[in-house]
Ligand binder design. Structure first.
Ligand SMILES: [Zn+2]
Length: 141
């Protein structure tokens, strides 16, 4: 399978399953992200306990890329410490900006690596980074 079809398949499957798209009743942090250029409006809800991200989910509406990037991010950071999640956000945002990222770092991103191609699609960058920016704001609090 080519990278393009893996990318399409992952995005479709995350949007179909919607397993991370629901209300988190006991969220400790909530951050809304808005991308006016595309119309994406997503809210990330995270439950942090003793420095560990024990649960996360999102709500809102947005394009397939923004929702899949958010959902894949949630899978990735759940059960990680705040410090680990911060490091992942840095790696992901560097990758999207087209900066140098080592292969060891890329491996840590797991499925989120499919969004690397966004670095060549400037119009979609904000879609693919919306969820990560919400996470960044929460983790800096
Ligand atoms: Zn979008």
């Amino acid at each position: 399978m080519s990278m393009d079809s893996i990318y399409t398949e992952l995005i479709m499957s995350h949007n179909r399953s919607g397993h991370n798209k629901h209300k988190l009743a006991d969220a400790s942090h909530i951050e809304r992200g808005h991308n006016p250029s595309c119309g994406d409006d997503l809210t990330l809800q995270v439950k942090i306990e003793s420095g560990l991200i024990v649960d996360a989910a999102f709500l809102g509406s947005g394009c397939a890329i923004s929702q899949a990037a958010m959902s894949i991010m949630i899978d990735l950071v759940k059960n990680k410490t705040v410090e680990e999640a911060k490091a992942l956000a840095n790696i992901y945002l560097s990758m999207i900006r087209g900066e140098h990222v080592s292969s060891e770092q890329i491996e840590l991103l797991q499925d989120a690596v499919v969004f690397e191609s966004l670095s060549k699609m400037p119009a979609r960058v904000k879609c693919g980074t919306l969820g990560w920016h919400c996470l960044d704001v929460i983790l800096e609090k």
